[in-house]
Design a binder for this molecule. Structure first.
Ligand SMILES: *Cc1c(COP(=O)(O)O)cnc(C)c1O
Length: 235
């Protein structure tokens, strides 16, 4: 159980985000909270939903499907897949999520597009980039980003929204900002090279580096610990 009720933690997280946006001189609605609920119960997700949270991020497919099943009555909930995605899992992801943040291969993207049910509309996707100091080794190398973006942009049932990264933990605002600034610049360059796209999403910033991410232009900050408390297992 978290130390404080989810509604309180969520209110605190919202204040942190609002303060960070003000500090950065950005509009108060320029970034949104994605509540990362991996390893946390459906009951806690329901509490967050009750407190007004709509977007939730999950990393593990089976765990996510179980929660979605339990929470099927929450009609406005929006599920984001943010974990590593193997190609044998693409069908379930295409059928059960609105967003995928962790696209790093054209093959996965092609499968998601083919398997996306027409009735659900386009699947929103971000390309995960391995910026300097990426904590996991996941993500596409910056030099390969444009080619992947061109391919994904051409897929009929995906909508390319932007970029995502998971920088390695760093201490201090300046060290935290460096890889986040790199992701922002990569998105700006991509927008110049592919002006026909509307890239409106920078998925970056977690519980420990939200302020740095907002300073660098994050539009979707992915908070787990700050909303649901520490996880039993480090992920
Ligand atoms: C777990 C996770 C988060 C949330 O991390 P916290 O430090 O708990 O806020 C965000 N993004 C991804 C991709 C994650 O796997």
């Amino acid at each position: 159980m978290p130390d404080v009720p989810v509604s309180e933690a969520l209110a605190h997280a919202r204040r942190r985000l609002t303060d960070a946006l003000a500090q950065a001189g950005r509009d108060s609605d320029a970034a949104q909270l994605l509540a990362v609920s991996k390893t946390k119960s459906a009951g806690l997700v329901r509490q967050a939903y009750g407190a007004g949270q709509r977007d939730f991020g999950e990393n593990y497919l089976q765990e996510a499907l179980d929660k979605q099943h339990e929470l099927a009555d929450l009609e406005a909930i929006v599920w984001h897949f943010i974990g590593p995605l193997q190609s044998n899992k693409t069908r379930a992801v295409a059928e059960h999520f609105s967003w995928v943040h962790s696209i790093e291969r054209a093959k996965t993207a092609r499968r998601l597009s083919e398997q996306r049910p027409a009735a659900l509309g386009a699947l929103n996707v971000c390309l995960q980039v391995n910026v300097s100091g990426e904590a996991s080794k996941a993500g596409i190398a910056p030099e390969d980003l444009e080619a992947l973006a061109r391919e994904v942009a051409g897929l009929p049932n995906l909508r390319l929204r932007g970029l995502m990264a998971i920088p390695a933990p760093a201490v201090g605002l300046d060290a935290q900002r460096r890889p986040l600034a790199e992701l922002r610049r990569l998105k700006e360059r991509l927008a110049e090279r592919l002006p026909e796209l509307t890239l409106d999403t920078l998925s970056m910033g977690m519980s420990d580096d939200l302020e740095a991410a907002v300073l660098e232009g994050a539009t979707l900050v992915r908070l787990g610990t700050a909303i649901f408390g520490a996880r039993a297992v480090r992920h």
